[in-house]
Design a protein around this ligand. Sequence first.
Ligand SMILES: *Cc1c(COP(=O)(O)O)cnc(C)c1O
Length: 564
Amino acid sequence: MMSPIDPFLPRTRIAYFSMEVALRPEMHTYSGGLGVLAGDTARSCADLELPVVFVTLASREGYLRQEIDAEGRQVDHADPWEPADWATPLDAMVAVRIEGRPVWVRPWLRVLTCPIGREIPILLLDTRLEHNDAADRAITDRLYGGDDVYRLKQEIVLGIGGERLLHALGFEIETYHLNEGHAALLAAALLRRHPRPPGRPANGGLRYDDDRVRERCVFTTHTPVEAGHDRFDYADVARLLGDFIEIDQLKLLAGADRLNMTRLALYLSGYVNGVARRHAETARQMFPGYAIRAVTNGVHVPTWTHPALARLFQTVAPDWGHDPEALAVADQLPDEALWAAHQEAKAGLLAEVERLTGVAMRPDLPLLTFARRMTGYKRPDLLFADVERLRAISRGQPFQVVMAGKAHPRDDGGKALIHALSGHMRRLADEIPMAFLPNYDMALAKLLVAGADVWLNTPLPPYEASGTSGMKAALNGVLNLSVLDGWWIEGCIEGVTGWAIGRDRDGGDHAGALYDKLEGTVLPLYHGDLGRWIWMMKESISKIAARFNSQRMMRRYAAEAYLR
Ligand SMILES: *Cc1c(COP(=O)(O)O)cnc(C)c1O
């Protein structure tokens, strides 16, 4: 009998492994930037008809549904979704051995269809099967949930289970793309398929053909934050994996003390990259001895363009959805039409702000927005470093503020930041309209990146590897006001595509620089020279959408990483 995966088998040559992939808001298979990027990657693979299959977890319980309570604190909830509503179960199963028991893994197939009809397959791995022990059924349930041992089990299912499943389904994969270290056990699984040929001397004690594995693996690292790199105790690894691969061999590849998934992926990948120029530089310092290249991220332009702007783009660049470079001509858009489209997007956002929080905001006042994961290095509280100065600025040049973002359930610092923001907002509410929107996800992000006037970003350099939400904002004509880090070092043309907070590598007073720029440049332009503001919106669209898109990003991966 024909299986729905069969049409994809003959042409697929590349497998993209990612712990999270954001396909659509109703499928809770992502937490934030990493997953949304993987989703945009998949969408561009379909657009460009690249021969790729995606492998991820089903994450039936989702990542986190965020509620904000009356005191302004985050309350964590599971965020379940039903795979049967959005995907087809495949009639195939493989077992991986974990703690000595076989754990059965079954895939769901979601076919991603791009606007011009091209399709690629996404496999969502699921252990919630009656063949499995009760505890093992939960392995693929909760994205980034549980403790280290739970995480290691998930990474075994993704890396080892995923590799085995592709074989069982009949895929003939040449190149594997490891999206972040979570998928590194895939490279260990490949080692087992490539023993060292007899007669060839072992390389420093390694009994496998690591050169052959490197030919097949591409690794993208996504964060300079230490906690973003998984490390596991070898005692746990030995207990869970048994004799799947010898611990002495793993130690040669991934560190003597703990199994460092980033090291494992680095060692076994023939092409390694960071996600922006500065991030690649930082990664080279963190991991000396590896050739780490830079492929700057991009976003899927049709996915993140507001319908009102999409209609406008159609008039100047009919092929913009498929070929976003065509948006270079967006500087030719008529001012009135662009402003009207922007005001339509803003009205949509303001309606949602009022529905969610009861706060009524004004369409004629500039709207500053900060939406991202709530965690220390992103400094969501920098805007409130000097509350009296903020008040004083708003008296002369009124503005309003919307914020959103989730803290990881175990990030107490991130949760404290959310609570502190709510406090600042309440104290300032008499003078500056402010709101914190709960449960930042793809759907809310679409409204925010199109309906804001200014997209604010204040990370502590060099920890923002790339960032992508500012690209989504820019292609909707929302102007970036950001510390120079990640992609913005490449995207910022001061006073043209947006504004910088502080200077590159200044290590300086970013709060002061933020207030100065707001007071002296950004707000005066909005209140005093709307014509120039609209000119900047057009520059932002034409210069940023044409370059920081996932079509360009995937053409580079295809040419430089996959076709080595
Ligand atoms: C784009 C996006 C992100 C990533 O944005 P950053 O700029 O990296 O913070 C995170 N979450 C959602 C829901 C997004 O759409």
